[in-house]
Design a protein around this ligand. Structure first.
Ligand code: 5MM
Length: 336
């Protein structure tokens, strides 16, 4: 078993998943504005440190994806990566620098950040990171995603992943097919399959060790403005079919993004996926909004109420962890 494979498994085994706390300052500001809290460095640190010192970090969270600002912060005498490591989870870092308009297109995006990445990775490793994340975004419409966007993002993801492994860290490869639009789940299945297949084609071409990669895909869903919706069982079935057909068997696991689903939807769908999972892949979570939303709302009412916020976060993390084992049910949602 390679060292990279050991790291990947440590993050996703035993009902553990990933807390995606890597919102860039712009996104975090939107999240804080929405709950009427000022977005400054102290408040961003306060909220995030409250989550990172929760009890569920020991039992439900195998890794935390950080943003550049957070990986350099300290709370008391410890750095944030030390606080995360003390809980038994691994610190990770988002290393892309965001999605910009793709030259040759007027709408689609390409994720940037390859220039100088090798040097930045070395620094992040020294700061404590043991895994990384890069997100490519794809839209669905009658024209999108175009071949150009599918190829360009896959190529960037593969070059990123190769550099990360060279630096002894596990790359999370996140090709996110957005849920915006009125397309059907069938179309989402077709487009997502094409996107993921192309990513692996490029990863293999770039000699990436697939046993040391975690895939972070979207689930197969109807577009958020589609008039008819498939059942949750269908979502699970289509998602599993897509992954089974598109992901090479060497990959140890899949950690889904929540992508705008509610906390309960993201938990219920993950649970059904795990109940029906006959593949050899571990299927877990790498949720941002679906792990943090309720905790953020609670915290915003009294940012000093660490215990209360942690209780809300612990509950959500526990529910996701049960879903990652196919052991969740709706009646467990009632909090004591
Ligand atoms: C946490 O949000 C990440 C995006 O941040 P920026 O857009 O500010 O760069 C995002 O990549 C996130 O990690 C994934 O999309 C998963 O988050 P959700 O909320 O979709 O589970």
């Amino acid at each position: 078993m390679s060292e990279l494979n050991k790291i990947a498994l440590k993050i996703i085994l035993s009902g553990k998943g990933i807390l995606a706390a890597d919102e860039s300052t712009g996104t975090m500001t939107k999240r804080l504005d929405a709950v009427n809290v000022k977005s400054n460095e102290d408040n961003r640190l306060n909220f995030r440190n409250t989550l990172f010192t929760s009890e569920s970090m020991r039992t439900c969270i195998g890794g935390v994806i950080l943003y550049d600002e957070t990986i350099r912060q300290s709370f008391g005498s410890k750095t944030i990566p030390e606080i995360i490591s003390d809980s038994g989870a691994l610190p990770g870092i988002k290393v892309d620098t965001g999605a910009k308009v793709l030259a040759g297109s007027t709408y689609e995006k390409i994720t940037e950040g390859l220039d100088g990445l090798r040097e930045r990775l070395k620094e992040y490793y020294k700061l404590g990171a043991r895994f990384t994340k890069w997100r490519g975004v794809y839209s669905i419409s009658d024209k999108f995603p175009s071949k150009l966007s599918i190829y360009s993002n896959a190529h960037a993801l593969a070059r990123y992943a190769a550099l990360v492994q060279e630096c002894d860290m596990v790359p999370i490869v996140e090709p996110e097919v957005l849920m915006d639009g009125n397309h059907s789940a069938k179309v989402c299945y077709e487009k997502t399959s094409e996107v993921i297949k192309k990513c692996f084609e490029e990863l293999i071409l770039n000699k990436v060790d697939l046993t040391g990669v975690i895939l972070k895909p979207n689930m197969i869903l109807d577009g958020n403005s589609a008039t008819s919706k498939v059942s949750n069982d269908q979502i699970a079935k289509l998602t599993l079919k897509c992954l089974e057909e598109s992901v090479p068997k060497e990959v140890p696991g899949v950690a889904f993004l929540s992508g705008g689903q509610s906390e309960i939807e993201a938990t219920e769908n993950l649970n059904l996926i795990n109940k029906a999972n006959k593949t050899k892949f571990i299927m877990t979570y790498s949720y941002g909004r679906a792990l943090q939303q309720s905790a953020l709302k609670y915290w915003s009412k009294d940012i000093e109420d660490t215990t209360g916020t942690q209780k809300v976060f612990n509950h959500r993390a526990k529910m996701c962890s049960l879903a990652a084992q196919g052991k969740w049910s709706k009646d467990l949602e009632i909090q004591s």
